[in-house]
Structure formats: structure tokens, C-alpha cells
Design a protein around this ligand. Structure first.
Ligand code: HEC
Length: 134
């Protein structure tokens, strides 16, 4: 192959590389992965929607969680403190935001404690997921 042929091959390879790079979606961030796992645990393992609702779907025993992140971030002052509150609340439900705290109708007067029922990472994933509910 002459120099001209080589140049054409090189250009073709370079163009292919650019196209592949452009089409590849960026890999999800650690936070995005945590949110996905948290969403899954929230719905299917911890069954949070038996008592709480999102978009009007779910149970009525606990407060709707549609904008819970916005409320808690406002109350606690930062996302980091809101994340910590969610973690604390999940292991000790008496730790509540305050403003909206109200007892649900019996027998579900409180959020259950998930201490021991969920792994530490699952709790962190749920907290990360709850932060998306703005
Ligand atoms: C058996 C019913 C029940 C289940 C299941 C339940 N909760 Fe609750 N939750 C409640 C009740 C009742 C309250 C209100 C009283 C309180 O704060 O404990 C509440 C309060 C909350 C609050 C505070 C919201 C606010 O506006 O004050 C959050 C956040 C929350 N729950 C998250 C969760 C998550 C996440 C799960 C699943 C891991 C879950 N809950 C499962 C009953 C439940």
C-alpha cells in the first residue's frame, strides 16, 4: 500500500474511533448507580410503597414522599445533612423531620425501623434515592 493508501486507512480508523466515542453513552456515576439500586430496594425489598405514595400510587399510612427531599433539604440546610437524616430515620424512625411528622392511622403509627432488616449499603442507596425526590 502506498503512502496515499495508508493515509486513507488511517483516516478511516480515526473517523470510526470518533464515531464510536460519540455513540458510547457516558458510564453512570457512582451516585446514579446508588440511586438505581436504592429505587429497587425502596420498591421491591423494603416495600416502602405499602405505606407511602409517589405520584398518588401507594399506601396511605405514611406521608406521601413525592417532595420529601425538597422538604428535608430545606429543613436541614444541605443535601449532606438531608442524606444523614434519611439514614437516621430509617434505623430510628423517631428521628423525624418534624414539620410533617404525624402519626399514621393505627396500626401503622410510625415508619418501621430497618435496622438489621437491610444492609448498610442498602440503607445508603435508599437515602441516595430519596434525595432525588425533589
Ligand atoms: C408500615 C408502614 C410504613 C412503611 C413500610 C414505611 N414507612 Fe415511612 N413512615 C410511615 C409513617 C406512619 C410515617 C410518619 C410518622 C413517622 O415519621 O415515623 C413515616 C415517615 C417517613 C418519612 C418522613 C416523611 C415526612 O414527611 O415526615 C420518611 C422519609 C419515610 N417514612 C421513608 C420511608 C422509607 C424510605 C421506607 C422504606 C424503606 C418507609 N418509609 C417505609 C410508615 C411507613
Amino acid at each position: 500500500m502506498g503512502p496515499r493508501g495508508s493515509a486513507v486507512v488511517c483516516a478511516a480508523i480515526a473517523i470510526t474511533c470518533v464515531i464510536v466515542l460519540l455513540e458510547e453513552p457516558p458510564p453512570p456515576t457512582a451516585t446514579e448507580l446508588a440511586v438505581r439500586r436504592g429505587d429497587e430496594v425502596f420498591r421491591n425489598k423494603a416495600m416502602c410503597l405499602t405505606c407511602h405514595s409517589l405520584d398518588g400510587r401507594g399506601g396511605q399510612n405514611g406521608p406521601p414522599l413525592d417532595h420529601v427531599a425538597a422538604m428535608v433539604i430545606r429543613m436541614k440546610g444541605s443535601r449532606d445533612q438531608a442524606r444523614q437524616f434519611f439514614l437516621d430515620h430509617l434505623v430510628d424512625p423517631a428521628n423525624h423531620p418534624g414539620a410533617r411528622h404525624r402519626a399514621g392511622p393505627p396500626p401503622f403509627t410510625s415508619c418501621p425501623s430497618y435496622r438489621g432488616a437491610l444492609e448498610e449499603r442498602e440503607l445508603q442507596d435508599i437515602a441516595e434515592y430519596l434525595l432525588t425526590l425533589e
